[in-house]
Design a protein around this ligand. Structure first.
Ligand SMILES: Nc1ncnc2c1ncn2[C@@H]1O[C@H](COP(=O)(O)OP(=O)(O)O)[C@@H](O)[C@H]1O
Ligand SMILES: [Mg+2]
Length: 624
């Protein structure tokens, strides 16, 4: 194969193109049809032009008008076929491109869902959103037009060069020189464009991220009169984007006029020299006419190509960013232990049940199962949780939890108290496998939670997390988020248990009241009650509540507590609470300080010990 010297594509462009081709390959039949139709349409136009030569030489110059009519009709028919083919491939291409874009969007969504929390800790929402908006959009633009257009340009260029060679080899040399010049120029600007477009996309993502953050934090911005400072910070980003866009645009905009000028020059030179050829008898008039039309046309594929190259480059940098995000390491989940509904037979043997039985067991595959024996073991779901010497840090340099050992059996209520930042929330996040411990292990009913499939682990735990979130939808939808098949009755009971029922009933549309933008139309305490109801509806054996009632008045908190106690009999409960009154009746209370458990025991034991808990309780020390 011929190798073009000095022609080197950036490595990642090739990779991105390969990834894109992967998506296109699924539509190879449709794309094949597009290619065929493009060939027909372009071929018709090239041949139609060639017919100018006989039209002039054989019919117009000899004044054969009857023959002229026929050949003009023939040309018309040919162009008509071309138009129909164009119509056909445009429609097919629209369908294919939208399908591909939908597939990419779907994959991006799935991959985003699978990303570990660590990833979200390190990226702004706006930055991630811009993958779905700008990047997918630029790719969309390119897919709609580029594939067919680039193919067409290539066929057109190849056809045109072939035809001018047929018409006059000598004259063609001029055109070829110009085409080479244009190609070199287009390549040169294309390379720079690519860099500028990439810079532009990055700047755009930056500004989007900033605006997103400003909008979601606007209350805080107002409270602290931060408008001016934020505006200044915005201006910096705006300026970066302006510069990057100006460069990208200026560079891409100068390409086409330059190519157009070159092509006009080419046309003029060809016309003059062609005229001399005709006078010298080296060429006939019909041939020159057709030839000059080809010369004019030769700039068109070049222009289209340049135009599309810019769209394509923007799209490629977009695609690169999309694929980069898709390639981010997803949450690790090599768990092979699953949670299944079970029935117990008379002989005490568990069997898997098809439907919901209210009882669950872990299905643990046995690695060294002997021949003939069942290759898995059933462990009833009980809610025994153990931390074995767990150490963890969000970043390697900073340890957040040190050597945590704890033991929770089903039916027990464990409480964590300690100053803000002591690591209480982190304990719950590890149990949920939002993050993985750096050392030590966590077991659930004796099984290392690393072995449990994440979905099943999380299904077996119910969490009221500290920064809860309400989704756009009705109140009932938001409660049912805890278990999608919960009946209206169950939703209502959960709400009653969480003491949310009374305020919900007072709302104009009751359970059908719509919530928008994280439940902004509710009070903080009401949102917490809904979060508790959501956890209550899911009925798992382990419940964790992270400062779940911090914004609720003490009387309501008491009521919730008694309701929950009823619900959580023989279930394991982790409570993190600010008010020590809420943890008094816990089976064991852990006092955390700087990521270590410094005291543990029941309320009475801890009071007798006269340590940190005693100080907190008697008010000689405060929870900060
Ligand atoms: N996502 C995170 N990334 C990095 N550090 C974190 C993250 N979440 C919490 N931390 C740090 O971990 C420590 C413990 O936090 P946390 O468990 O939330 O405390 P608590 O719930 O006891 O108030 C704090 O010092 C906090 O700065
Ligand atoms: Mg916390």
């Amino acid at each position: 194969m011929a190798k073009i010297i000095g022609y080197k594509r950036p490595k990642d462009t090739r990779k991105t193109l390969a990834r894109l081709s992967g998506y296109l390959a699924r539509h190879s039949i449709a794309l094949g049809a597009v290619a065929l139709l493009v060939l027909i349409s372009t071929g018709a136009s090239i041949l139609g032009t060639y017919l100018l030569k006989p039209v002039i030489n054989r019919y117009i110059l000899p004044k054969d008008y009857a023959g002229l009519l026929w050949i003009v009709l023939a040309m018309g028919a040919m162009y008509l076929v071309g138009v129909l083919a164009t119509f056909g491939y445009t429609r097919i291409m629209a369908r294919v491109s939208q399908q591909v874009i939908a597939e990419i969007r779907r994959d991006l969504f799935v991959r985003t869902q699978a990303l570990p929390l660590r990833f979200f800790d390190a990226h702004t929402h706006g930055e991630l959103m811009s993958r779905f908006t700008n990047d997918v959009e630029t790719l969309n633009d390119a897919m709609n037009s580029s594939f067919a257009m680039i193919l067409q340009s290539f066929i057109m260029l190849a056809g045109t060069i072939a035809m001018i060679l047929v018409l006059s080899v000598r004259l063609s040399l001029i055109v070829i020189v110009f085409l080479v010049l244009m190609t070199v120029f287009v390549k040169w600007t294309g390379k720079r464009s690519r860099r500028y477009f990439q810079q532009q996309q990055v700047a755009l993502a930056g500004i989007n991220g900033f605006v997103e953050e400003m909008i979601s934090g606007q209350k805080v911005e107002k409270v602290f009169n931060h408008e001016d400072a934020d505006f200044k910070a915005f201006l910096v980003r705006n300026e970066t984007l302006r510069k990057a866009s100006t460069k990208a645009l200026a560079n891409s905009m100068m390409t086409i006029p330059t190519v157009v000028s070159l092509s006009y020059f080419n046309y003029a030179v060809s016309a003059c020299i062609g005229g001399l050829f005709v006078l010298a008898g080296l060429m006939d008039i019909g041939g020159l006419s057709a030839y000059l039309v080809y010369v004019r046309q030769s700039a068109m594929p070049m222009n289209r190509f340049t135009q599309q190259v810019n769209v394509l480059l923007a799209a490629l940098s977009g695609a690169e960013r999309i694929f980069e995000m898709m390639d981010e390491k997803p949450e690790i989940d090599e768990g092979d232990v699953t949670l299944r509904p079970i029935e117990e037979e008379e002989n005490g043997v568990f069997v898997e049940s098809a439907g919901y039985t209210g009882r669950f067991a872990w299905k643990v595959p046995l690695t060294d199962a002997g021949a003939g024996s069942a290759s898995f073991q059933w462990i009833p779901l009980q809610g025994n949780v153990r931390f074995h010497d767990v150490t963890f840090g969000y970043v390697p340099s900073q340890i957040v939890l040190r050597n945590i050992d704890l033991w929770a059996s089903s039916g027990e209520k464990l409480a964590f108290v300690g100053s803000t930042g002591a690591g209480k929330t982190t304990i719950i996040s590890l149990l949920n496998r939002f993050y993985e411990p750096d050392a030590g292990s966590i077991t659930y009913d004796g099984i290392d939670i690393k072995r449990i499939r994440k979905d099943d682990l999380r299904r077996s735990l119910s969490m009221v997390i500290q920064d809860t979130h309400m989704f756009t939808g009705t109140i009932a939808d938001n409660i049912r988020y805890g278990r999608l098949d919960a009946t209206d009755e169950e939703v209502r009971n959960a709400a009653k248990l969480a003491n949310a029922d009374s305020f919900i009933k007072r709302l104009p549309s009751g359970y059908d009241t719509m919530l928008y933008s994280d439940g902004g139309n509710l009070s903080q305490g009401q949102r917490q009650l809904l979060a508790i109801a959501r956890a209550a509806v899911s009925r798992p054996p382990v419940l964790a509540m992270d400062e779940a009632t911090s914004s609720v008045d003490t009387r309501t908190e008491r009521l919730i507590e008694t309701g929950m106690d009823r619900l959580m009999e023989d279930r394991t409960v982790f409570v993190i609470a600010h008010r020590l009154s809420t943890v008094r009746n816990s089976d064991v209370i852990f006092v955390l300080e700087h990521g270590a458990i410094i005291e543990r025991g029941t309320h009475d034991e801890l009071l007798t010990a006269r340590g940190r808990y005693y100080q907190l309780y008697t008010g000689t020390a405060e929870l900060s």
